[in-house]
Design a protein around this ligand. Structure first.
Ligand code: UD1
Length: 430
């Protein structure tokens, strides 16, 4: 199993390019299932989760061609991917693939809409919480799908004549990002109008809606909490550029902040990062915004900042762990409240091993900054937790070994290459 070896204490300086957004790319790849025509996506990040999704689509009969365009380092290693689902003949997502990536459930809606049938393994629990998919299932049932759960598989079947789903009012009990995306995709080919209430407003939902609209879907309201979709008979192909990864952007800004550095991140946008940027400014960082770049200059010593995670446009749960890392070396005590996932503080115990002062009470962490962290061996437990350990390792004195970095490879493109381009002393060991 690969590990990351970090010699801490170097300020990050320089410029790197941000990759396309993983959480936009995954649903966009699934959107290809909705049409018989080729869909081309550009700025697709080179990540394990993308490989998993492409394997899943390929075994369903989708033809995939992938052209790598970037060289890595300061450039992004992104690809252009063309998907042709005209030969889609196996609407099945097997456990072996779904268990490694929860977002596989995003095939459920498109398959039910296009094939009138889908068999998708239940994703099961994951490290950060139970994460059920009941809202996805309930929405499809409201659209007329008959759903049974047998032997760990969700089996969806449309019963209406012509095998179509029917438009419906869809209300989710909580804001769910992939739930909104699944139901929005399914509704594109349903009979009549669907309205998703309490919809997720995340920028990735908007990116997906924009691509679907370019494919001929009739969607309004994406980016608000009410999305209306008028079903159409068929969708066509298109070419769509995936939005920049706002979480990757925020992660490198935190890494620069924690090391007292100065970085410029290109190929990105501040428009989806308002609260993250506000919070970084509260730590004392100076931030400069350009049209497609962000510049950060860290102060000699950060100030602690309190956060509370909540659905967009509030502070993203996917940035909580990275902010915990910077709070460990800031002046003062931060109160950090996690409201989305019930078990998302696993990085805290590892940060404590590096010398951090953190107390956990339920969904609240109290983080008091220490003078310095000391390198140690730590274990990555999930994707964003891993990023927080890397940030802490960069800020710590001495050597930190981050074990189990396969989590990082799921969601960060060439992390060690990008960090090295910013002057970090970091290398991967087998
Ligand atoms: C997406 C993101 C993930 C991010 C999360 C919250 C992708 C591929 N992943 O995950 O990076 O951390 O949003 O911003 O985009 N829930 C239910 N029943 C459901 C669906 C969700 O109880 O049917 C609960 C979840 O357990 C969680 C909350 O709702 O507590 C929000 O989860 P959700 O927005 O669905 O997360 P994902 O879409 O899986």
């Amino acid at each position: 199993m690969d590990k990351l070896l970090i010699e801490g204490g170097t300020q990050l300086r320089g410029e790197i390019a941000i990759s396309g957004a993983k959480n936009a790319a995954l649903p966009l790849l699934c959107a290809a299932l909705l049409t018989r025509e080729p869909l081309t996506l550009t700025n697709v990040p080179d990540l394990h989760d993308i490989d998993t999704m492409l394997r899943l689509l390929t075994q369903m009969g989708v033809k995939v061609s992938r052209e790598k365009v970037g060289a890595g380092g300061t450039a992004s290693a992104s690809s252009a991917v063309t998907l042709d689902a005209s030969g889609l003949d196996n609407p099945l997502a097997p456990y072996e693939l779904v268990k490694t990536m929860r977002a596989s459930v995003l095939v459920l809606g498109p398959l039910a809409a296009r094939c009138g049938e889908a068999r998708v393994s239940l994703p099961g629990g994951c490290a950060i919480g139970a994460r059920p998919v009941d809202q996805h299932i309930r929405g499809l049932q409201a659209m007329g799908a008959e759903i049974t759960v047998e032997q760990g598989y969700v089996h969806a079947r449309t019963t209406a004549a012509g095998g179509k789903l029917k438009g419906a009012r869809l209300f989710t009990d909580m804001v769910t990002v992939t739930g909104t995306e699944n139901l929005m995709m399914a509704a594109c080919l349903a009979d009549g109008e669907s309205v998703i209430e309490n919809a997720a407003r995340e920028p990735e939902v908007v990116d997906l809606a924009n691509c679907l609209i370019a494919m001929g879907a009739r969607i309004s309201g994406a980016g608000t909490d009410v999305i209306r979709i008028q079903g159409v008979d068929r969708l066509s192909g298109t070419t769509h550029r995936i939005m920049p990864d706002r979480i990757e952007t925020g992660t490198y800004l935190c890494a620069a902040a924690a090391t007292g550095g100065a970085v410029r991140l290109t190929n990105t946008s501040s428009s989806y990062l308002d609260v993250v940027i506000d919070k970084l400014m509260d730590t004392g960082c100076e931030i400069g915004l350009e049209r497609s770049a962000i510049h950060l200059q860290a102060p000699a010593r950060l100030k602690a900042v309190s956060i509370r995670t909540a659905p967009y446009p509030a502070f993203p749960t996917d940035m909580q762990a990275q902010f915990m890392a910077i709070n460990t070396v800031a002046d003062g005590t931060a109160i950090m409240r996690e409201t989305i996932f019930e078990n998302r503080f696993m990085h805290a115990v590892e940060l404590i091993r590096l010398g951090a002062d953190i107390k956990i009470d339920g969904n609240t962490a109290f983080v008091t900054g220490v003078e310095k962290l000391d390198g140690a061996t730590v274990m990555a437990t999930d994707l964003r937790a891993s990023a927080s350990l890397v940030i802490a390792g960069l800020a710590a004195q001495g050597e930190t070994i981050v074990d189990r970095i396969y989590h990082l490879d799921r969601g960060y493109e060439q992390m060690e290459t990008k960090l090295a381009a910013l002057g970090a002393r970091v290398r991967r060991v087998k």
